[in-house]
Each structure stands twice: as C-alpha cells, then as structure tokens.
Design a protein around this ligand. Structure first.
Ligand code: GDP
Length: 204
C-alpha cells in the first residue's frame, strides 16, 4: 500500500463521541513506551504524525488519522505505566475497552508487544481480555532491529500464548529503525479492507 495522505482528524476521550464515519478502522494499542507512535509514523511515513512518548503533555485520547481518505488509523491510549493518576488511568482504560468491544467500524486491532523484553503479564492479560470479548486482533512485535537478540522473546511469547489459545493470531515483526514489517502490515490492512462485510440480517 502506498500512503498518499495521512491526516490527523480528531481526538476523543469518550468513545461514544467518535464520528459516525463509514471508513473501516484499524486500532493500535500497547503498553506505554512500546513504540506505538514510532510505528504509526513509520507506517504513514510522517515523522511527527503520532506524538512520541517524549512529547510533553501527551494526553490519553483516542486519536483518529484518516489514511488515503480510505481507512482510519486509530491510536489508542497506551496501557500500563503512564504519568497520570490512578483515577485518570481507570477512566481511559474504561473508554478504551468500550471502544474496542463496541465500535462497529473497527476491523482489526494491532496489539503491540516490545520484542526486547520477555513476555509480560499485562500484555497477556490484555490479549486474553480481547479473546474473551471476541475482538479481532493481531500481534505486532516492535523494536525488532536486532532479530538475533529478540528471537528468544518472540518464541517464548508464542509458547505462552499457546498455553491459552489453540492457534496463534496473525503476527507481525517490525522495527521503526529498519522499517521491517511495514509492508506486511500495510498489505494486511489492504487485504482486510478488500473483504466485503455481509450483514447477516440482510441475507435473511
Ligand atoms: P509509545 O509510547 O508506545 O508511543 O512509544 P514511542 O514510539 O514514543 O517509543 C518509545 C521509545 O522507544 C522511544 O525512545 C523510541 O525511540 C524507542 N523506539 C520506538 N520504536 C523503536 C524501534 O523500532 N527500535 C528501537 N531500537 N527503538 C524504538
């Protein structure tokens, strides 16, 4: 997929206020500092599109970016560590989970996992929550610029997932330093965009 345009459109702190737009949505989520903003900037080839962790005053919102005037890239708040109070954190965990479980436009969620560290309970708990709710997702390993150093973590993560799941979800291995995995991820979005959604009620 070639990126012709990538425009920030709006930010929300309440999922119910998200626009009633027809475009399919692809959400990106992961622990704070996982490399989400860097990946979004790499995917869109726009250096400052998503604000990186180093940006002062980075807030916890649902951010919409319209890509190629065709689909929405949705940047969700990072979970886990964040420089905010416990009550703030609870509020955005609630609206993020509501967005994920209720948003009709959502076609897939990319759950980002830092390949440089061993499997973390917080990520596995989140993945299992997605499974329980039946929300479609893929796993994206980030910071994979030195594959020899991350291979063992990735293998361990897959093994751990197979303790809970019968089969593995779609997995992408990426680096915002080398651009690894960028094409695969964008092609996947292209593919899913091409799948026609049939409303079962229309068929009856
Ligand atoms: P976010 O909090 O998930 O949005 O993470 P950021 O994109 O702000 O990245 C957090 C830190 O990880 C920053 O210091 C980035 O430079 C670094 N980082 C992000 N992606 C990569 C990557 O692919 N490779 C390496 N080596 N570092 C990365």
């Amino acid at each position: 997929m070639l990126i012709h345009s990538a425009d920030f459109t709006c930010s929300y702190v309440d999922w119910k206020k998200c626009p009633n737009s027809p475009e399919p949505e692809y959400a990106f989520i992961g622990r704070s500092n996982v490399g989400k903003s860097s990946l979004i900037n790499t995917l869109t080839e726009r250096k400052g599109l998503a604000k990186t962790s180093n940006t002062p005053g980075k807030t916890q919102c649902i951010n919409f970016f319209l890509i190629n005037k065709e689909w929405n890239l949705v940047d969700l708040p990072g979970y886990g560590y964040a420089k905010t109070s416990k009550s703030n954190r609870e509020v955005w965990i609630k609206f993020t989970k509501e967005y994920l479980s209720k948003r009709p436009q959502l076609r897939n969620t990319f759950i980002l996992i830092d390949a440089r560290i061993p499997p973390q309970k917080i990520d596995l708990d989140f993945i299992n929550w997605m499974g329980e709710k039946g929300v479609p997702f893929s796993i994206v390993f980030t910071k994979n610029d030195k594959p020899k150093k991350t291979l063992a973590n990735i293998e361990k993560f897959k093994e751990t997932l197979l303790e809970f799941w019968e089969e593995l979800p779609t997995i992408f291995i990426t680096s915002s330093v080398t651009n690894a995995g960028r094409e695969d991820l964008l092609s996947y979005i292209d593919e899913v965009n091409g799948i026609e959604i049939i409303d079962i009620e229309d068929e009856i």
